[in-house]
Design a protein around this ligand. Structure first.
Ligand code: AMP
Ligand code: MG
Length: 345
């Protein structure tokens, strides 16, 4: 009788110990974190992925990043983009066709502020080879005449494209956002519920933090004495910034940077220092960060008022003042002076 009771107790204790071990293993798997730093698309990237499948997911993500880099890099003469730029016609891969379609949409919705046909100007200003120069007015005028996304002949059904003889395309304004959204999809395919993907300061999150709380994403700052412009709290979103401090050169006291106004072929000069877009769609976020930089402060605000359901944004002007759309006002904190952009004034 005594033995029977001891036996039952032992069994119960063993059962409890077993259960605890199982719970600890499951929790450990869930809180397992894998990080990976890499250099691709001309920038440093860091992937932080939580959960049991994080190692496999990161391997797949890395592969995808290198694949897209090889496909979209204008500087790599074997890339699909470079091949079309040379051949002027061809049948596009699925990724290229998707990016072309989205780029055309963003061109239309921003009235041409986003235009992937600016590549000849990127070359003329020396941004492609890092051999910077200021082209003369005649050269700029000639190259501006080659800019026009609406002249790209693209059949979405067949994937066949044709561009004018002098035209060349550049997906530099949208490629990273597309890549981060592709990587986020891969994470989901691997069952990842929590990940932070940082592609050179452009961030895409997956799910929430492992405790279910929101991610806190710091917005890049161009100033040495200000570590970041502010912090935005988000669940699954992209936070993408375009700034005039990212790639530039100075000549005779003038700063020329890498975002070109398609209307005049000049590096954009306006009161903005940076544009940050917060949006579920990484591809759109990246296209808009570039386009709204071109549009300037007033233009960007007007644009947001008619597209406020699609995204939120944070503008930083040259006085280091921020303008934050009302959609994220509860989820944004900063030490800097800021104003809320409201839809109805
Ligand atoms: P981002 O940092 O996303 O603003 O991208 C800047 C890159 O976009 C540049 O280095 C160019 O490759 C490309 N770019 C520059 N100006 C434009 C423009 N107006 N429309 C589309 N892409 C642009
Ligand atoms: Mg962009």
């Amino acid at each position: 009788m005594m033995m029977k009771i001891i036996g039952k107790r032992m069994l119960a204790i063993l059962g409890l110990v077993f259960l605890t071990i199982v719970i600890v293993i499951v929790m450990k798997k869930d809180h397992k974190v894998t990080t990976k730093s890499l250099f691709a698309m001309d920038t440093y990237m860091e992937l932080t992925v939580y959960g049991g499948n994080s190692e496999e997911a990161i391997i797949a993500a890395e592969k995808e990043i290198y694949r897209l880099d090889a496909l979209l890099s204008t500087g790599n003469e074997a890339s699909e983009v470079a091949i079309l730029n040379r051949n002027k016609e061809g049948k596009l891969s699925e990724d290229y066709a998707y990016l072309l379609k989205r780029s055309k949409e963003i061109y239309e919705m921003t009235q041409g502020a986003f235009d992937i046909t600016i590549y000849p100007l990127m070359q003329a200003w020396g941004f492609t080879e890092k051999e910077y120069r200021v082209p003369d007015a005649g050269e700029i005028e000639k190259l501006v005449s080659y800019i026009d996304t609406s002249e790209i002949l693209f059949d979405e059904n067949t994937g066949i494209v044709e561009i004018p003889e002098k035209m060349q395309l550049d997906f530099g304004g949208i490629a990273k956002g597309y890549t981060s959204s592709r990587v986020a999809h891969i994470m989901k395919d691997y069952g990842v519920k929590s990940a932070m993907l940082n592609l050179g300061g452009n961030v895409q999150t997956v799910g929430t933090k492992t405790d279910g709380s929101m991610w806190r994403v710091a917005i890049k700052s161009p100033y040495d004495d200000i570590p970041y412009l502010g912090v935005v709290s988000i669940e699954e979103k992209a936070v993408i910034t375009s700034g005039n401090y990212e790639r530039y050169f100075e000549k005779d006291g003038v700063r020329y940077h890498h975002i070109i106004d398609p209307k005049n072929g000049m590096p954009v000069q306006n009161e903005l220092i940076s544009v940050t877009i917060v949006c579920e769609d990484g591809t759109l976020a990246d296209g808009l960060s570039t386009a709204l930089f071109v549009k300037g402060k007033e233009g960007a605000m007007e644009f947001w008022k008619t597209h406020s359901e699609a995204f939120d944004m944070i503008l930083c002007d040259e006085d280091c003042k921020l303008y934050v759309t009302e959609g994220i006002k509860e989820n944004f904190s900063t030490e800097l002076i800021y104003e809320i952009i409201e839809k109805e004034e």
